[in-house]
Design a protein around this ligand. Structure first.
Ligand code: FES
Length: 377
């Protein structure tokens, strides 16, 4: 290690590259500094202040996600001052909006008004849909903070349900801005931004219109980036709890990119899909098809055996019978009208390997280049 670009975090002497933030150096060295608004791959905004650390010689605590590492800097990530600041920030966030996540309060009486309110609502539809999968809730547990220290602010904006994929629950939004960064800096769709000012601040699309009336392409990057329950997949909401599902890693079959994704599976049913973080080629990002186009898997309309049409009606057949009939018909057509009278339509819903085999069959066996695919969801 050179004598320059050296930083001390919690007593550990660490080197850093110029431009790296304190948070980046810490995370690279497996030192856990909690974050809420920080989104990897984007510029830290310092919006939530949860990542504050104590820097010796600094007048105030600094947001480690936005503060660059400086040579000989001495940093404390869990000092009493830091912990007290984080507890206050979490308290304020829990008090602002609808965060009824049954956080156990140890910073006051055993049963707080907050808990009693949560208990009353536990069986209601209002219980947060991401209970158990929420960074704010995790932090509340970690720092043993409940949300009854300040008056709860009223919900200003109604929930948006007007599209088939994403529910926007503004009452649970902590305005961390991760969705805005995910949309603007990661996917570069530029469909959402901060709107209004002060207490009226809201994440808006197209001058505060519903997602469906904006430039949103429903890639769902914002949903994956949301650390709380403000943006959730419509179909997954209230169908399962995170601990009831297991993640099954797979490769998207829609196109040739090979995006890595995780099926969240409960009782052998896919509840939702997320992009696999930190893994090429997509590093957690997905398109609308990869994220939301999985319902065909469990569709009751799926064919389970071949069908042969006779006298205007389909009847079930064996594979041998169906394949023999198709081979016969294709041969007849080819002999009568030539190979180019035949075309093959493949599907975006089968694997790349299957599509490869189909085009090979068309070109090598049928002797036609008439190959296309249907890409509709
Ligand atoms: Fe650093 Fe929010 S994570 S300010």
């Amino acid at each position: 290690m050179t004598t320059e670009n050296k930083i001390f975090i919690d007593g550990n002497e660490l080197s850093f590259e110029p431009g790296e933030t304190i948070l980046q150096v810490a995370h690279r060295n497996s030192i856990d500094i909690p974050t809420l608004c920080y989104l990897k791959g984007t510029n830290g905004t310092g919006a939530c202040r949860v990542c504050v650390v104590e820097v010796e010689g600094a007048r105030t605590l600094v947001a480690s996600c936005a503060a660059p590492a400086v040579d000989k800097m001495v940093v404390h990530t869990e000092s009493p001052k830091v912990v007290e600041a984080r507890r206050m920030i979490i308290r304020l966030l829990l008090s602002s909006g609808n965060h009824n996540c049954a956080v156990y309060g140890s910073d006051g009486d055993d049963w707080t008004q907050f808990q009693l309110r949560v208990l009353k609502e536990e069986n209601s539809e209002e219980l947060c849909p991401v209970w158990g999968d929420c960074r704010l809730q995790d932090l509340a547990y970690r720092y043993q903070v409940s949300g009854d220290q300040f008056p709860v602010t009223e919900t200003r904006y109604p929930m948006e349900l007007a599209n088939p994929f994403i529910i926007r629950d503004f009452s649970r939004c902590i305005q961390c801005g991760r969705c805005v960064q995910a949309c603007n800096e990661v996917q570069v769709n530029k469909a959402i931004s901060f709107g209004y000012r002060g207490a009226a601040t809201k994440i808006i699309a197209a001058g505060d219109r519903p997602y469906a009336d904006s430039d949103c392409v429903f890639c769902g990057e914002c949903v994956q980036a949301c650390p709380v329950g403000a943006l959730v997949e419509k179909d997954a909401r209230y169908r399962y709890r995170p601990w009831e599902s297991k993640k099954v890693r797979t490769t998207c079959g829609y196109c040739g990119v090979g995006c890595q994704l995780d099926f969240h599976v409960k009782d052998n049913q896919i509840m939702k899909v997320t992009g696999t973080e930190e893994v090429p080629p997509n590093y957690g990002s997905l398109c609308v098809k990869g994220r939301f186009g999985f319902h065909f898997v469990h569709s009751q309309d799926r064919l389970k055996s071949p069908l042969i049409k006779e006298n205007g009606a389909f009847r079930e057949a064996t594979w041998d019978e169906a394949l023999t009939l198709v081979a016969q018909k294709l041969n007849d057509i080819k002999n009568a009208y030539g190979a180019d009278s035949i075309g093959v339509i493949t599907s975006a819903r089968v694997t790349n390997e299957e599509n490869y085999v189909i085009q090979k069959f068309a070109r090598a066996v049928l002797k036609t280049n008439n190959v296309d695919h249907c890409a509709r969801l």
